[in-house]
Design a protein around this ligand. Sequence first.
Ligand SMILES: C[S@@+](CC[C@H](N)C(=O)[O-])C[C@H]1O[C@@H](n2cnc3c(N)ncnc32)[C@H](O)[C@@H]1O
Length: 255
Amino acid sequence: MYNKTLRPQKELVLCEDGSNTLFSKEFDEPYHSTKDGALHESLEKHVKPAFGIKQNHEKLTILDICFGLGYNTFATLYYIKLNNLKTKVHILSPEFDEGLVRSLNTFSFPTEFDFLEPIIDAISKNLFYEDEQFKIEILLGDARESIPKIKEQIDVIYQDAFSPTHNPLLWTKEFFSDMAKISKTDTILTTYSTAASVRLGLYENGFYIFIHRAELMRYSTVASMKMLEGYFEYVDMELKKVRNPTARSFRDKNF
Ligand SMILES: C[S@@+](CC[C@H](N)C(=O)[O-])C[C@H]1O[C@@H](n2cnc3c(N)ncnc32)[C@H](O)[C@@H]1O
């Protein structure tokens, strides 16, 4: 059962899709859109668009920013099981809240994650899990420090930090530059943010920008190092700059 005393800075919140999330008093924000729902949001905004674009890949390396309750990582494994995929997946996930990760084996996840119990337990205890198909590594510490140290080339980035208003340093042009350095020529990034400043920061680092629409969900952003044909609605950022000449990407020096 969820133990409130272990997480005094966080409150349990039931989302509209029936899955649980937390509200962070520190960041003054829920970990997920309570309207879209934690599980639904992970699947629709991150996992499905990523696997739609990267279908038929034998192996994927995923950067999950940041681990939090682990929904994006666990929803990835759930999606793979549901679709009987053989894709080998290596997930690297920065997170500085060690106490949260270590408490996840007591969190009330949706029943869809029941089969993941041994994996969730291993991650809570070791911050690491590996079998023949999956390797999951929590990069403990500040994402701004851990991402530049990553040696792997990344296929998919789930950008799921708290919002730019409450956690701006995880949305700057410089932060996206660190991601671009470990990207391949066809890396894709998924994020719930549709802010012009976020899209500009990605665009200034070589990403093409697309709108992703899913059912029962506010639209979100897919960014790609390669032009995507036929998947999503393309956003012409040069035109956006003409129409919105005061828009700027977020910069480290401003925070
Ligand atoms: C919105 S939550 C992530 C939700 C997560 N993707 C999930 O599905 O449960 C943001 C997370 O970022 C972590 N965080 C915030 N700033 C960070 C930083 N600079 N480095 C590492 N983790 C950070 C917070 O502790 C929190 O767990």
